[in-house]
Ligand binder design. Structure first.
Ligand code: ADP
Length: 235
């Protein structure tokens, strides 16, 4: 057996993401559906890649695989230079918690926890209490939710929930941030606010990958990739 370093975070390197022949099949009552049919894609450190394509094309599925929230059925995913398929479950979880941020399309906040507790939860696995409190505070300030820290998601507007979800995703200062339609259901001013935060992160060196149909958000991307029927249509 080959002795190798145990991974807990992503190293600094030029090519962060490399996907080759990524396929994903889901089983449902109606049978098997192949949602991704052989995706090849590279993302360099510092890029802002935007993924577009019609509904059902496989964009969210792809984002979840890249964000280590799901696994491909076949193909090779190299993240930070090594093949994710070779990592243990613990390595996958640690890298995800330490180096990756993920903003879900439906926010996915925990309804019984306050804004601060939602942001803090993923940090409990990687940071000590004092630094956790500092990271939560910084994230809350970055998204401008200091007046709502103690509120539960059900007591917030959609825009505030999105900002809370963004705060949770960036609290660990991720190397790469994945955001699924981060401005999808926001009014103009909240959308501008969220875009401002994303731009600030990108300017500070965070690699960003968004799924979006929002023309304004698209204009900030350094590259746009179109997915159709589970394949890369144009890039
Ligand atoms: P997009 O983000 O481009 O709208 P998705 O990746 O969300 O597309 O979904 C692509 C297809 O995969 C859809 O037809 C969806 O129903 C199907 N799909 C997604 N997740 C699952 C799942 N867990 N089980 C079965 N089918 C799924």
């Amino acid at each position: 057996m080959v002795n190798r370093r145990f991974r807990t975070s992503l190293p600094n390197m030029e090519q962060l993401v490399s996907l080759r022949g990524i396929r994903k099949t889901f089983s449902a009552y109606s049978g098997q559906t192949e949602v991704l049919r052989g995706i090849d894609l590279d993302i360099d450190a510092g890029e802002w890649l935007s993924i577009i394509g019609p509904s059902g094309a496989g964009k969210t599925t792809l984002l979840k695989i890249m964000g280590l929230l799901d696994e491909p059925t076949s193909g090779v995913y190299r993240l930070g230079g090594t093949e994710v398929g070779q990592w243990s479950m613990v390595e996958r979880q640690l890298v995800r918690l330490r180096s990756i941020g993920f903003v879900f399309q439906d926010y996915s906040l925990i309804p019984d926890l306050s804004v601060s507790e939602n942001i803090e939860l993923p940090l409990t696995f990687t940071s000590k209490r004092l630094s956790r409190k500092r990271l939560v505070r910084e994230a809350v300030l970055r998204v401008g939710l200091e007046q709502r820290e103690g509120y539960r998601p059900g007591q917030l507007s959609g825009g505030q929930q999105q900002r809370a979800a963004l705060a949770r995703a960036i609290a660990n200062n991720p190397t790469i941030l994945f955001a699924d339609e981060p401005t999808g259901s926001l009014d103009n001013s909240t959308s501008e606010h969220v875009m401002g935060i994303l731009r600030g992160l990108h300017d500070a060196g965070t690699t960003i990958c968004t799924v979006t149909h929002d023309e304004k958000l698209l204009s900030y991307a350094s590259r746009v990739l179109e997915i159709r029927d589970g394949l890369v249509a144009t890039q």
